[in-house]
Design a protein around this ligand. Sequence first.
Ligand SMILES: NC(=O)c1ccc[n+]([C@@H]2O[C@H](COP(=O)([O-])OP(=O)(O)OC[C@H]3O[C@@H](n4cnc5c(N)ncnc54)[C@H](OP(=O)(O)O)[C@@H]3O)[C@@H](O)[C@H]2O)c1
Length: 310
Amino acid sequence: MNNNSTKLPNLMLGTAMWAWTIEKNHCFNLLDHFYEQGYRQVDCATNYPIDKNPQHFRMAESLLLEWIQTHQIKDLKVNMKIGSLNNLKTPDHNLSKSFLIMNLQDYLNKFQENLDCFMVHWDNRKQDAQIRETFEAFQIIKEQHLAIGLSGIKSPEIYSTINQEFKFDFNIQIKHNIIKSDFHRYPDFHGRRCFYTYGINAGGVKLNTDTYHDQSSLVVRGVKTETIKHWSQELSLALKRANENNSRPPLITMNQLGMIFSYYSPDINGILLGPSKLDQLKESIDFYNILNENDYLDVFNDLERLSNPN
Ligand SMILES: NC(=O)c1ccc[n+]([C@@H]2O[C@H](COP(=O)([O-])OP(=O)(O)OC[C@H]3O[C@@H](n4cnc5c(N)ncnc54)[C@H](OP(=O)(O)O)[C@@H]3O)[C@@H](O)[C@H]2O)c1
């Protein structure tokens, strides 16, 4: 049995690298395959890709929309994250009621029945009154029968205090991998399957460090791969330990370890996949099916020990 319930975490396709390291046709191939396999949840944000090229602002959502319109899709479940004003990786954002409602209308017009969840993307504010205004917008969004959500919230405790009054069931995106997890930052929201994990590969960590290249996700995101080399070594050893049990399919990739870590963690409702290639997506979906039929709890416990050595 995985995490703390009988329901399995869903898979959601991420688009953060679309129009950055993933060119248009490959984005469409990923979406074609994901959809053909029966999956419907796709995550996007106004500011994807966050590649600091202003000409690429809103390009991921444009590609998603182009695919939807070309295929006349009506049953996708798009999670749209809004608030950011550019894709320059600056904290500039607008979460005022009027701006959120203006975005709501824009995204409803664009995505129509495919729009599923409206999520605040990054909030560094500490002012109760301003955040309350965002709640008033949430109320209007809920009246459109959309889910509402949070992502990258600096002060979750302010949200939980205000929410004692509103009682919203938020979907919450958290970075959650063996190296870093934000789950502990949302204690007031624990106990409900409302979390969606991203960064399960810690942004693209490879077990074989010789396989990084100049378009590797981790490299273009500005991470010095040398600084996390020890993690590749630790995780390779964990994978070896896992494969001492030969009663189940052996593990091969970092991505599989990341999926196990999310799958067995408490309160997880969804796992965000961030494949940059079709083969990676196929591998993730194949492994999801394997996870649903095999027991890797011992691997999760081992990874948790690595993640929290104390
Ligand atoms: N809420 C937020 O603030 C937030 C933040 C970040 C992301 N997200 C969402 O979550 C999605 C995923 O996040 P992420 O890109 O950080 O995820 P991630 O899984 O940590 O990193 C993705 C990278 O890992 C590698 N990878 C993925 N699948 C693989 C596989 N099956 N085998 C081998 N390598 C694999 C690829 O790197 P290479 O290209 O180098 O092979 C890929 O680009 C994003 O697209 C976005 O939608 C949300």
